[in-house]
Structure formats: structure tokens, C-alpha cells
Ligand binder design. Structure first.
Ligand code: GAR
Length: 189
């Protein structure tokens, strides 16, 4: 059984889909949700699904406290689902090709520091793009630069607001992220 930890900073809709997807799955299970924002919606979602939540600070991410917790809980795969901080090198080395992220745009476009959540959709609309999408990729120590595993596209319509585009992107994420994480689990085991 592959033991998955999700790291999230926000509402946690992707985290919830992942938890639900792997509930009752013989191959893998979400055993922990790690969160760096004490007010984040993901905490309630984890509780509702009986998944323990581990709260940590930015300092604890940097000083290895979170890494030790993940190792102590024998985590095999770390799945970032709306996690807004850079993963330290020490953690990348401890989980080689075992940390995966989802980004709400077609990388390498609209990636990098500061490009997260609504900011990404604002930039896509401001640039007049006619399509956007999602990127699922392995994580290295630079924002949004690890090996791409999967991309899916959707249109950007002239009438789109940030909220409408965010909803379209979320729908794509919910459809594909659990399936792609399961694919990664299968290819690693
Ligand atoms: C998702 O759209 C995810 O792609 C994005 O944050 C949102 C979290 O939504 N991640 C990033 O921007 C990472 N750079 P959720 O909390 O509802 O899953």
C-alpha cells in the first residue's frame, strides 16, 4: 500500500477529490494532509474524510520538521494540491521523483514565483490567451520546473472572468489529477 501525503494551502477541492479517489483503493491511500495555513478550508475537508491533518509553519518546512514528520509516517508519495510554498532541496532529495504538483496553466507559460491560484488566471486573461489548461509535473527545487507528466487544455473565451476560468480549470483538475496520481503510483510500484 503506497502511503500518500497531500500538502495544501487553500480550499482543498483537489485534496478532497484525491482522498475520495483513493478511499477503498487497494494500491494507495491518502494517510495525511499537511497544511501551512491554519484557516485553510482543506483542514475541514480532511477532517470530514477522517484523514489526519498536520499543521506546520513556513519555518518548519524549511528546517526539516515537516520532512521528519513525513518520514516518521512512512510516506511514499507527496502530492501537492494548491500548495503555495517552495519545496526545500532536502525534501526533494528525500523524495526523488516522488513529489508531484498540479499547476493551473500550461507550463512553461504562467509559472514561477508568484504565479499561483487566481494570479495565474488573471495573467492568462490579461494576455488575451485563447487557451489555457493544467500541468501535472514532478517537483524539483525551482518553482514549476520539474518534468511534465501530463497536460490538458481548455478554451479561454473572450467573456471569461477570472472566476469563470478558475471554475473551468478546477473541473479539468478534478477530472485528471486523481487519475494521473494513480498512474504515477502504478509506474512506481
Ligand atoms: C488549484 O487550481 C491548483 O492548480 C492551484 O491552486 C488551486 C488550488 O485549489 N495551484 C497552484 O497555483 C500552485 N502553483 P484547491 O485548493 O481547490 O485544490
Amino acid at each position: 500500500m503506497v502511503r500518500i501525503a497531500i500538502l495544501a494551502s487553500g480550499s482543498g477541492t483537489n485534496a478532497q477529490r484525491l482522498i475520495e479517489h483513493f478511499a477503498g483503493n487497494a494500491l494507495a491511500k491518502v494517510v495525511l494532509v499537511g497544511c501551512d495555513q491554519p484557516e485553510a478550508g482543506v483542514i475541514q475537508r480532511a477532517w470530514d474524510h477522517h484523514v489526519p491533518c498536520y499543521l506546520f509553519t513556513g519555518a518548519q518546512l524549511k528546517d526539516g520538521t515537516l520532512l521528519r514528520e513525513l518520514q516518521g509516517q512512512r510516506i511514499d508519495l507527496v502530492v501537492l494540491a494548491g500548495f503555495m510554498r517552495l519545496i526545500p532541496m532536502e525534501m526533494v532529495r528525500a523524495f526523488p521523483d516522488r513529489i508531484v504538483n498540479i499547476h493551473p496553466a500550461l507550463l512553461p507559460k504562467y509559472g514561477g514565483k508568484g504565479m499561483y491560484g487566481q494570479h495565474v488566471h488573471e495573467a492568462v486573461i490579461a494576455a488575451g490567451e485563447t487557451e489555457s489548461g493544467i500541468t501535472i509535473h514532478l517537483v524539483n527545487d525551482r518553482y514549476d520546473e520539474g518534468r511534465v507528466l501530463f497536460q490538458a487544455k481548455c478554451p479561454v473565451l473572450p467573456s471569461d472572468t477570472v472566476e469563470v476560468l478558475a471554475m473551468r480549470i478546477h473541473a479539468l483538475e478534478h477530472e485528471h489529477y486523481p487519475v494521473q496520481v494513480e498512474k504515477l503510483v502504478r509506474s512506481n510500484s
